[in-house]
Design a binder for this molecule. Sequence first.
Ligand code: BT5
Length: 327
Amino acid sequence: MHFTMKDEILKRFLNANGEPISGQALADELQVSRTAIWKHLQTLKQEGYEFDTVKKRGYKLVTVPDKVDMGQLQQFLKTKRYGRQVHYFESVESTQLVAHELVREGGPDGTVIIAEHQTAGRGRMMREWESSEGKGIWMTIIIRPEIAPHQAPQFTLVTAVAVVNAMKAMFKNFTPEIKWPNDILVNGKKTTGILTEMVAEADRIQALLIGIGINVNQQMDDFPEPLQSIATSIAIEEGEPIERVHLVANVLDFLEHYSDMYVKNGFGFIKTLWEDSSGTIGKRVKATTLREVVEGEAISITENGVLQIRQANGEVKGIYSADIEIL
Ligand code: BT5
């Protein structure tokens, strides 16, 4: 969805801070008929916006629905590219699937796909990702960086650093920590998962599809039973409900900034930022890879984002991809 007339109208009401706006003034300013304005207001009403009519002065916006609203998003964004094209859905199977289609159609760098609900949200290795309706941020960003395919996993770390710093900038009642490679935990429980997929030729990336799932406004009983011991939401940890659109805007701001810096200057400074927020380094961990289980102390990540584990016999093993349990 691109910025439409309806979004333009909404933007003006949101900027008016509850003051009435006359239908005629809107029609004049946007150079459309009053009937067209009225029709867009009806559509907005169907989407959950409520307007009061103020005699002789026009309409006043009185209720904003709890949605990741595109009009609001454009207002909050400071980015140049990320989030400037947004495809918004009430419900999809998975935003990753939509992103794959858009990549094939040539969707530009920074295209964002957001859904209120996913019926088949997925994690790594086709695991399920629980995406309850209207409670989280379920989004995929298509990026087209000039990097080689082997560098793609580093983007999971770039993304983790962006999300964790967006959270730190907004929330004061908890400290998020990154668990290598793709989780953000608060008090040991998962608030966020990141899934990086790639469309590439042998030596060139066509696109990265960065899926970010953030639990935002769930209460504990919104999570299915098996997740209750391992998952949490920002609202639970912060102690109040959160406006998701602010967090989306912040994540995109940080992500554009860090990915541009990464492409320009390499992984070094991301590594430092990553280590600053890591809840993995210095801990005893058990890493389960496709081939083996490695136990020991997580001592660092390399310049390539590989996790280094020192085993009991002193041998240091590099882990490229695994599930990590903090012991
Ligand atoms: C991930 O996988 O953590 C990556 C999740 C990425 C989700 C986003 S949402 C937008 C985009 N569209 C998609 O379809 N996906 C992406 P992984 O490390 O494999 O973790 C998956 C495991 O996390 C599951 O097996 C559960 O144990 C747990 N889990 C599932 N849903 C969860 C939730 N909402 N909160 C916390 N943990 C969850």
